[in-house]
Design a protein around this ligand. Structure first.
Ligand SMILES: Nc1ncnc2c1ncn2[C@@H]1O[C@H](COP(=O)(O)OP(=O)(O)OP(=O)(O)O)[C@@H](O)[C@H]1O
Length: 272
């Protein structure tokens, strides 16, 4: 279904992604972990065609993604929706209009200029917001919502595209543990109920273990681990994060715990 071969992205002499190879044969929840700068975002951006690869190939259901041009490329970007750490909503725009912006690629310039949305799209947007548990906020400005609610609006906007794949670039890195859990459960539910593939860059081991079917570990642009959550032992994690014997699982945890002992993220651990 997804085949990645020798995928490489160089920025000058630096290989952000270095000969990445893996394949996925069914829709699943795939987590990509690794310390800051490992190449996780660059991979998602190549898959979504926001960044061009230097070499290699990526095919999805037989579609040669990296060679798509024009309308075909835009169609792929609709099939492959992306959500981001900072939500990327229009803060002063109401929630339902933000969600409706997920249909932009199939609307005319005229309709876009005057913010005209077909009635059925508006109903569909509200149905999706209901599914996300935030329909009562539909008329509020996006900036009035909490981070967790804003991320669910961003997921709703992605679902408006009816994508085959959702790419989530550190979707919970800006959220408190409670909201992080709600957002991860939402992504898991979208995978299980709709059969969509979810690929999520994650900073925390326990999140990857808990929600993903398979985990890829990256270090310096290379895949250094590819396996099940059960195979992701502390020793393996130490390899991925490049930490020494003092590496502690706690340092990569977002578990809800005593507020007096806030959990450090892996990013914090890696840069500490
Ligand atoms: N536009 C760019 N120009 C130059 N170098 C870049 C660019 N984008 C990324 N890089 C470099 O590529 C490498 C991988 O970056 P990338 O953002 O993919 O890592 P990451 O694992 O997603 O890290 P983070 O978790 O901090 O986002 C880093 O060394 C980064 O500095």
């Amino acid at each position: 279904m997804l085949v990645v071969e020798n995928l490489t992205k160089r920025f000058g002499r630096n290989a952000a992604v270095d000969s990445m190879n893996f394949s996925v044969d069914r829709p699943m929840m795939l987590g990509i972990i690794g310390r800051s700068g490992a190449g996780k975002s660059t991979f998602l951006r190549m898959m979504n065609r926001m960044t061009d690869a230097t070499q290699g190939s990526l095919t999805f259901e037989g579609r040669d993604v990296l060679t798509l041009r024009g309308r075909e490329r835009r169609n792929w970007q609709a099939d492959c929706a992306m959500i981001f750490q900072q939500f990327n909503l229009v803060p002063r725009m109401d929630v339902v209009s933000n969600v409706l912006h997920g249909t932009l690629n199939r609307r005319s310039t005229f309709a876009t200029m005057f913010n005209l949305f077909p009635r059925e799209d508006i109903h569909h947007a509200i149905d999706i917001l209901e599914r996300m548990g935030i329909a009562e906020h539909a008329a509020k400005r996006a900036e009035a919502l909490s981070g967790g609610q804003q991320q669910r609006v961003a997921i709703a906007r992605a679902l408006m595209q009816d994508p085959k794949v959702i790419l989530a670039d550190e979707p919970i890195a800006s959220l408190d543990p409670m909201n992080a859990q709600i957002v991860m459960e939402t992504l898991r539910r979208i995978h299980e109920e709709d059969g969509r593939m979810v690929i999520a860059n994650l900073h925390t081991l326990d999140t990857a273990r808990r929600y993903c079917d398979r985990v890829i570990g990256m270090r310096d642009g290379r895949i250094v681990f590819d396996g099940t959550p059960a195979q992701l032992t502390t020793g393996v994690a130490r390899d991925i994060y490049g930490a020494d014997d003092s590496f502690s699982e706690d340092a990569t945890s977002t578990e809800i715990r005593d507020a007096a002992r806030p959990a450090l993220t892996a990013r914090a651990a890696a840069t500490a």
